[in-house]
Design a protein around this ligand. Structure first.
Ligand code: ADP
Ligand code: MG
Length: 597
């Protein structure tokens, strides 16, 4: 093919792809423009997850009538004139690309009036082409309506996710900006419902309550600003403010670590790591904090011109920023959340060990009844009753070849592992992984039967969620129901949990539900069947006996018996081993008995 210059509309669509990825990126650019225009009220409205309509209204400066068209040309900006201006940038925008990009891939209507002018202007563009212009009466400020995003770029349209996912991204974005700009009144309407409203009072706790729910908001710790004695002459002044959650409030992924640099929401894996590092030893592996970190530093210390979406920055002194963040978070935790270090089941040699041994000795079978761990001590339990109800027995009949020999329980070590003896040697069983496996197979057996047994809670529990979680629940009611969670929308940002899977009914229903939600959130859109299996695996993990939980002999027996019944007893549903096997031969070798007389 011969080399040709692309037609302008194709070039514009390609360039737009860098800025506009999904509805949330449109909202981000429009909200940033509104903030740059000095607005103190910003309203965002979505229809159809933003695919049908995204509307952002502000009461900022507005655009003068004779500049409105210009605002839609590529590289047209009022925020910068020379490259040196980048070093003293006070605005969020500077590339002059956003409006041109958004207009190129949608049908856009702008209504705007500059403060000094009597009348406003309304301009309509389709695929970047101006199709109409009129003079209209309008309040000061700007209203931009973006309809049918990607209507002319089918390839992009295909990549948009379901409405609830797109809504989630938008509410995540708007709520983060609401927190970073507490003096601005934000509201977010999605499909006719108000999901977020802040007062603009400047009171951060208020906004945290709106965004995270009051329960979490009251527990968040405010980062203490670094004191004067810690400034170093050779380093730039870096101010770190914001909020972090105490270690016991944690999440299974990093998505709740939010970073702002000079009022700009950014993504930075190194700074995210700095936050996680600050929680070192306070969080179990695989758990992540909730944190809101706002970094202020002189504009010349940060290069925001890294990518068209302006979501990444480069620091002139990255190490200084890293350690400022880490220190600020660490100190807040140490001062305000007295150390509650988690020991992952390692008790030997620790000062607690003596006390534990004492308690271990006292464990009687009576305790097992009180503990109510949901382990069936006698085999005529659930399985038998299922049989009675005429349900066909899954291939766990006695004739089935066992994947595991019958084991004799010897005891528990480190409140974490069960020691057992079998014909083939010694077995060390990870009680948590083993229970996870057992619950998982029971779940899957139920699912193979028909529906998973769901148990109504005696009293429905209300759970407060974040707006993006609400969107997620709303979009996943069916998935949740399929694995046994009965959920009901209950007003703004609140749901009622009516039922949980019967198999995990002995545990904390809210924890089990949040675990399921987390799985959906992290889901990579696999096929429905595997998604459900993953969901079940996650719920089992949450509901399983934990490391560090002291078990009675009878409980251990029950656990091992049920493990013997499993089809794949040697790994947990997440693939970790449930047991270590040391063969009799290996033992003999280790003790130098092999080959000896
Ligand atoms: P940038 O923000 O990088 O300057 P944009 O394409 O986002 O580029 O916007 C182009 C110009 O349009 C801005 O520089 C600003 O002058 C004007 N503008 C855009 N949105 C608004 C708004 N909500 N209120 C006032 N002026 C706006
Ligand atoms: Mg802009």
């Amino acid at each position: 093919m011969a080399i040709r210059v692309l037609p302008p509309e194709v070039a514009a669509q390609i360039a737009a792809g860098e800025v506009v990825e999904r509805p949330a990126s449109v909202v981000k650019e429009l909200v940033e423009n509104a903030l740059d225009a000095g607005a103190d009220t910003i309203s965002v409205r979505l229809v159809g997850g933003g695919k049908r309509l995204i509307e952002v209204a502000d009461n900022g400066s507005g655009i003068p009538a004779d500049e409105v068209e210009l605002a839609f040309s590529r590289y047209a900006t009022s925020k910068l004139t020379s490259i040196e201006d980048l070093d003293r940038l006070q605005t969020l925008g500077f590339r002059g690309e956003a409006l041109a990009s958004i207009a190129a891939v949608s049908q856009l209507t702008i209504t705007t009036r500059a403060r000094a002018e009597a009348m406003g202007t309304r301009l309509r563009l389709e695929g970047g082409e101006i199709v109409s212009r009129e003079v209209v009466g309008a309040p000061t400020g700007t209203l931009i309506a973006v309809e049918n995003l990607f209507y002319n770029v089918p390839a992009r349209l295909k990549f948009l996710r379901k409405d609830s996912t797109e809504r989630k991204h938008v509410s995540m974005l708007v709520s983060r900006y609401a927190i970073a700009y507490p003096d601005v009144r934000f509201s977010l309407m999605q499909g006719g419902q108000e999901v977020l409203r802040t007062t603009g009072s400047g009171d951060l706790r208020d906004i945290l309550g709106e965004v995270y729910g009051t329960e979490i908001a009251v527990r968040m710790l405010e980062i203490e600003a670094v004191g004067g004695e810690e400034w170093r002459e050779d380093l730039p002044p870096i101010r770190v403010t914001g909020f972090v959650a105490p270690p016991e409030l944690n999440r299974a992924n990093r998505s709740q670590i939010t970073l702002f640099v000079n009022g700009r929401w950014i993504q930075d894996s190194s700074l995210t790591y700095a936050v996680v590092q600050a929680y070192h030893t306070m969080l179990m592996t695989g758990r992540y904090p909730i944190a809101l970190i706002m970094i202020s530093l002189p504009p010349e210390e940060v290069d925001v011109n890294v990518h068209p979406t302006k979501a990444q920055v480069r620091f002139r002194h990255p190490d200084a920023v890293f350690s400022a963040v880490q220190r600020a978070v660490r100190r807040t935790l140490v001062d305000q959340a007295p150390a509650r270090t988690v020991q992952e089941g390692v008790f030997w040699g620790s000062p607690e060990w003596a006390a534990r041994r004492e308690r271990l000795a006292q464990v009687t079978s009576r305790r097992m009844q009180q503990a109510g761990l949901g382990l069936e001590i006698d085999s005529p339990g659930r399985r038998a009753s299922q049989q009675q109800s005429g349900k066909e027995e899954t291939p766990s009949a006695p004739s089935r070849r066992r994947a595991l020999p019958v084991l004799r329980v010897i005891g528990q070590v480190g409140a974490t592992y069960i020691v057992a003896e079998g014909p083939e040697g010694l077995y060390l069983i990870d009680q948590h992984a083993a229970h996870e496996r057992i619950l998982y197979e029971q779940f899957m057996a139920e699912r193979a039967g028909e529906a998973i047994h769901s148990q109504e809670l005696l009293e429905a529990v209300t759970v407060e969620l974040m707006p993006e979680q609400m969107a997620l629940v709303e979009g996943s009611l069916d998935e949740l129901l399929a694995v046994g969670f009965g959920v009901e929308m209950f007003g703004r940002n609140t749901i009622r949990l009516r039922a949980v899977p019967a198999l995990v009914a002995h545990g904390d229903p809210v924890e089990a539900f949040l675990a399921a939600l987390n799985e959906i959130e992290c889901g990579e859109m696999p096929t429905e069947a595997t998604a459900e299996e993953k969901l079940i695996a996650r719920v089992c993990k949450q509901a399983a006996i934990k490391a560090g939980q002291i078990l009675s002999y009878a409980e251990m027996e029950a656990l091992v018996r049920q493990l013997e019944d499993c089809q794949s007893p040697r790994t947990c549903p997440h693939g970790r081993p449930t047991m270590l096997h040391i063969s009799a031969e290996q033992l003999a070798r280790e003790f130098g008995r092999l080959g000896a007389i």
